[in-house]
Design a protein around this ligand. Sequence first.
Ligand code: ADP
Length: 518
Amino acid sequence: NSLPDAAGQILDSIELQFKLDDVVLTRITTQFLQEIAKGLAEYGQAMAIIPTFITAVPSGKEKGTFLALDLGGTNLRVCEVKLNGDHTFSLRQQKYKVSDKLKTGEATALFDYLADSVDAFLTSTEASDAPEGEDLPLGLTFSFPVEQTALDSGHLLTWTKGFAARNAVGHDIVKLLQDAFNRKHLHVKCVALVNDTVGTLLSQSYTAGGSLLGAIFGTGTNGAYIEDLSKLTKLKDETLKSSGGKMIVNAEWGAFNNSRSTLPTTPFDNILDRMSINPRFQAFEKFVSGMYLGEITRNILLALIDAAPKPLLFNGRVGSGVLNKHYGLDTAVMSNVEVAWAGEKPKAEPTEDVYGVADKLAALHLGDFDVAKLSESQRQRLERVKKVILHDLGFEQNPEDVSLKDAAIVRWACTLVAERAAKLSGCAVAAILVHTGCASLGTDEGIKRKEYVNANGKISVGVDGSLIQFYPNFETQLRDSLGRLIGKKVEQAVEIGLAKDGSGVGAALGALIATKAS
Ligand code: ADP
């Protein structure tokens, strides 16, 4: 679509920077495979491929009641999980906010808060009491890079996702938590430490009767998968390596491309990275996850507001402040824009393109945008998007600064950023399928490794996180990218299941594995 004027050229050039064609997607996946190989061979690599010491996945027959604590991003959750032994569970939970002060203060204050939250949960709910003289076993889902040395021990490698508490990096997370429980004389024992991705994999395996990969698309992004121990060459334990068995590993794929060799990076990504608390780290995560997509979009919108010689958006104004604030544009607002455009609530797991690609493309002709040429349906869609902008981007006092063309541009920006994220997520999933021998890159041979096929004839992937759960078309775009990379046959054989409450159930399963082992 040739856009006639300078404005059109600016929009065109931005669009071009965000588009990923099949060649680029394949190159990225190839690089992903190389970084996995590095992480398996040596400690200290960007993609850390962390052993979890969990050597089997649940079948769904597991039974018991466990406490679970989940710290990983936006919310802290305490829950009691009852595994019924028939692929089902029941769960009682409380959410607590983690303030920025706690995230960036002393680690002891943060862990005291965790212990207080468990205490409050036990006091306020009728959680099951431990038998006299015994401690309640608790599984901790801790969604940061931890180098594990056992199921109940691991040192924090680095904080991510806006956390920076002092005196935690290098320390044993289980010990920090247990010390806090002990300071408060709580009869709770942390028996298992699992990453949220590992929790998602365990939980999906429990409900679906097997799973190859657990992946998070929420505040951050990461994945855990089942690895052949023979490929985990960095492990010192020769007996384990030659056992012929498997182990769940936490890939820490958010750090993919920290070397900045592969991902096509735009100026909008560079600003985000430079202004972040961890420049040059978590490179992949910054392209993909909920914490960052809103900020990339904000950077695009600001560039258009500030465009010379003429502003291209909102008459060159920023409204009442959302757009002027670092991280002021939440990814949920992008979701709201998409939902407004679609005119219906997104399905929990969209399997088809319910939003009308044709209509979407029509709205993308922004260079010669003419209100008079809009169809009635397009006009209605844009009116709805405009309402979201007025409310969510702080233009309620200045509605005259938001035209229907502005609404189209905002939606276009959201689509560029979110589609790129979903396509890249497809590269990550494809890389795991190829690496584990289930698929091959660039051919359409169907599933190659049958042992991961479950009773439904599918390879099960568990996912969790607001982005994949709520962002319209995220899964559709992820699947599109997957199909391009490893063929439609394998893509169709992949079952993507929302591991609801996955980190809680996963932590409970981790606690169960720990108590069985001891
Ligand atoms: P966490 O990963 O911290 O456990 P979530 O999975 O809820 O929690 O992810 C929170 C992230 O998801 C935030 O970055 C937020 O911006 C984003 N988010 C929240 N609601 C939505 C939504 N409706 N659509 C897309 N992203 C959302």
